[in-house]
Design a protein around this ligand. Structure first.
Ligand code: NAD
Length: 356
């Protein structure tokens, strides 16, 4: 398994393999790019079938964070970590303390936060060992999901304005795949706006809550991509836009929080060809990382959420650029991000930076 020859290797600055015999921790931290500032990115805990699979995820996800931070206007770079293990069975205090010490050993080049399989409580434990944690209870904003949902909601508005010529989502049908942390808060914003919700989830309690609180219509998980709706909002899994689902999509807009929604890069162009406006996932779901970047003693929630709302303007610019150049929106977003992080020659700073 070569790192430098790996198909997901993209000039990553640093890849750290972490092992702690006492706790059984096996993890990988990948720092992709720190041109704009120290790397920030969540930690994913997953029962990877092999180390190779974990490495692939760490390389791919950390690169994505560089693009995300650049388009979110943060003075931060991209990094990500993965813990190899089952989040339902393998968590322990010792494991997260060990992970926290590995993060500390990087001296601020990488700040860790929540991702799939990692809770605020886990981040709190890591925060006992290092100051370089985001989204912790102590001195942090806690669960970033409400901010992520707010960013998705604002991004949806940009998409509706561009594609449907309307500023409000009132009366539109939005099909939400996954009503977990982000999906739930997104439904709340949408319901307040007067949108009609169609939801799917594999967890019955999450569905029940969406029905009870928002009057959502429920469809089976396998039916949500083909739901009759103007907007499809993937808020569960990656790779949901693929060769099988593409022909089924009824929506005119795809806009949701899930990471890596396109199974392959070419699916961005395939959406464009079908006349479906895609709001690139990493632009839309940056709300959590944006408020984490505002954490600190002078944290101002209104200011942080106003920064999240800028996702709307960033997306509008991406849509305009994509149209002007005849490009997929995913490609236009990547190009704009690359302009921003390649141009910045600032040296990495060991301290946590405030948002730009
Ligand atoms: P979550 O685990 O709380 O919610 C995901 C939901 O999807 C769960 O309710 C789960 O039961 C459901 N689900 C799983 N498989 C499904 C299927 N096949 N069909 C329908 N529903 C299914 O996770 P979350 O924090 O809400 O994050 C959702 C997505 O957004 C993830 O891809 C995550 O990486 C991404 N994201 C989250 C944040 C954040 O702030 N939480 C930030 C950026 C990106």
């Amino acid at each position: 398994m070569s790192v430098f020859e790996h198909h997901e290797f993209d000039g990553h600055e640093q890849v750290v393999f972490c092992h702690d015999a006492d706790s059984g921790l096996k993890a990988i931290i990948a720092v992709h790019n720190t041109n704009r500032g120290p790397a920030l990115g969540g930690c994913r805990m997953w029962p990877y079938a092999s180390d190779a699979e974990a490495l692939t995820d760490a390389l791919r996800l950390s690169r994505g964070m560089t693009y995300k931070s650049a388009l979110a206007g943060l003075a931060m770079g991209g990094g990500k970590s993965v813990i190899i293990g089952d989040p339902r069975k393998d968590k322990s205090e010792a494991l997260f303390r060990a992970m926290g010490r590995f993060v500390a050993s990087l001296g601020g080049r990488y700040t860790i936060a929540e991702d799939v399989g990692i809770s605020v409580a886990d981040v709190d434990l890591m925060g006992e060992e290092t100051q370089y944690v985001g989204g912790a209870t102590k001195g942090g904003v806690g669960d970033p999901s409400p901010a992520t949902a707010y960013g998705v909601f604002m991004g949806m508005k940009a998409a509706a304005a561009h594609k449907l010529g309307r500023d409000s989502l009132r009366g539109l049908r939005v099909a939400v795949q996954g009503v977990g942390h982000v999906g739930y808060y997104l439904c709340r914003y949408l319901a307040e706006e007067g949108a009609n919700l169609i939801v799917a989830d594999i967890a019955q309690d999450s569905l029940d809550r969406a029905v009870k609180e928002f009057g959502a219509e429920v469809v089976a998980p396998e039916a949500i991509t083909a739901a009759e709706a103007e907007i499809f909002a993937p808020c569960a899994l990656g790779a949901v836009i693929n060769d099988e689902t593409l022909p089924l999509l009824q929506a005119k807009i795809v806009a949701g929080s899930a990471n890596n929604q396109l199974a392959e890069a070419r699916h961005g162009e395939a959406l464009r060809q079908r006349g479906i406006l895609y709001a690139p996932d990493y632009v839309l779901n940056a709300g959590g990382i944006i408020i984490i970047s505002h954490e600190g003693p002078g944290y101002d929630e209104a200011k942080a959420f106003a920064h999240v709302a800028e996702i709307r303007d960033t997306l509008a610019e991406i849509f305009r650029r994509a149209d002007a150049a005849g490009l997929a929106t995913s490609e236009a977003a990547d190009r704009l991000a690359e302009e921003r992080f390649r141009r910045t020659a600032a040296k990495a700073r060991p301290d946590r930076s405030a948002a730009a």
